[in-house]
Design a protein around this ligand. Structure first.
Ligand code: PLP
Length: 369
């Protein structure tokens, strides 16, 4: 090999060890109780599969226009307006990850700061960094609500973007409407852009979650996705909805990066949007209730309002979350240590995207440790 380092220096700061470590530990187990998974345990509905197959058979396999099929864009736009008002423009993206990357690349100058609530979805700090920005973590322990005053305290000269995510990963917490209003006000006062990751909105179990877009439509980009809701994470379908001047720039970048979201999956997503998923949502609400009942009184946690995660505090008999995870693995249970999603390693993530008997058995083992 060459004496030169052929890999960019910024790759050194990208660490995949946290979740990989749990995967590697899991690979050593036979039939583990896997409560670490980040996707639903149900498959794509049959009619949506048929729509995908039909699209492939019909030869809908080439590029689409950069922004996505007009029929799908209109459908998404109508949905967002119905839920949040405003008059957003829409770009169909390759998953929410695609939308996040385009938004950050389109809006950050080198050295700009992005405020991220901690704990956070693992990709945020890395995507910010790859886009030339600096991630500033805002501590949201112990209730994982937004705490606008904590965000306000961290806004500086270089702050450009706030990322919010509700329902959250790894917490499942749905942000309070008043806090979202206050964050919108802060963004307006300090001239900031808000990225609102709403991938788990279709999987919410109590009241409909408010969106910050309702309160600052002129400076919010909603990043929505279909992967989690329809069990089609591998189809890479998402969207960005927000002010046209930013969506236009993201579309320009999409031309030279992702090009377009997968064509047959765009057709199938139109069918998905017409498919009633309420039985699945009810099933997952029952899983949420089950995991909460199993942990109630034994561990400290915030009851999740959506998604499929709960993020309990590590009981004091363990030194940290990594120690708890090591012990759980010894007992055949896979969960993720909080340090993967946070500056702190004091909590751990349980995914309830699993069969009920596994949830029960896994919680029983975690309680007994
Ligand atoms: C909060 C959050 N945002 C975005 C993503 C990425 O979604 P996609 O698979 O659509 O890129 C995930 C996936 O786990 C997530 O949890």
């Amino acid at each position: 090999m060459s004496a030169r380092n052929l890999v960019a220096s910024h790759m050194k700061t990208i660490d995949v060890s946290g979740i990989r470590r749990v995967f590697e530990l899991g690979a050593t187990l036979t039939d583990p109780i896997n409560l670490s998974i980040g996707q639903p345990d149900y498959d794509v509905p049959d009619n949506v599969k048929e729509a995908m197959i039909e699209a492939v058979r019909n030869g809908q396999n080439g590029y689409t226009v950069t922004r996505g099929l007009p029929e799908l864009r209109e459908r998404i736009q109508a949905d967002v307006i119905n839920r949040c008002g405003g008059s957003p423009d829409v770009l169909v993206t390759s998953g929410v990850s695609g939308g996040l990357f385009l938004a950050l690349m389109a809006c950050l100058d080198r050295g700009d700061e992005v405020l991220i609530g901690d704990p956070y979805f693992v990709s945020y700090p890395y995507l910010v960094q790859l886009s030339g920005g600096t991630a500033v973590r805002v501590d949201l322990y112990d209730d994982f609500q937004l705490h606008p005053e904590r965000f306000a305290a961290r806004v500086g000269e270089r702050t450009k973007i706030l990322i919010v995510c509700s329902p959250g990963n790894p917490t499942g917490v749905v942000y309070a409407e008043d806090d979202l209003r206050a964050i919108a006000e802060l963004a307006r006062e300090r001239d900031l852009l808000i990225l609102s990751d709403e991938i788990y909105v279709p999987l919410t179990y109590d009241d409909a979650p408010p969106s910050v877009f309702q309160f600052a439509p002129e400076r919010t980009i909603i990043l929505g996705g279909f992967g989690k809701a329809y069990g089609m994470t591998g189809w890479r379908m998402g969207y960005a909805a927000g002010p046209a001047e930013i969506i236009d720039e993201m579309a320009k970048l999409q031309q030279y990066t992702f090009v377009c979201a997968p064509h047959p999956a765009q057709h199938a997503t139109i069918t998905a949007m017409d498919t009633d998923m309420s039985d699945r949502v009810n099933e997952y609400r029952a899983k949420r209730d089950l995991v909460c009942a199993e942990l109630e009184g034994v561990m400290d946690f915030v009851r999740p309002g959506g998604g499929f995660y709960v993020f309990p505090a590590v009981p004091s008999r363990f030194a940290n979350a990594s120690a708890l995870v090591d012990e759980a693995v010894r007992r055949n249970v896979l969960v993720i240590p909080g340090g993967v999603f946070s500056e702190r390693d004091t909590h751990f993530r349980i995914s309830f995207a699993a069969p009920n008997d596994k949830i029960r058995r896994g919680c029983e083992i975690l309680r007994s440790m």
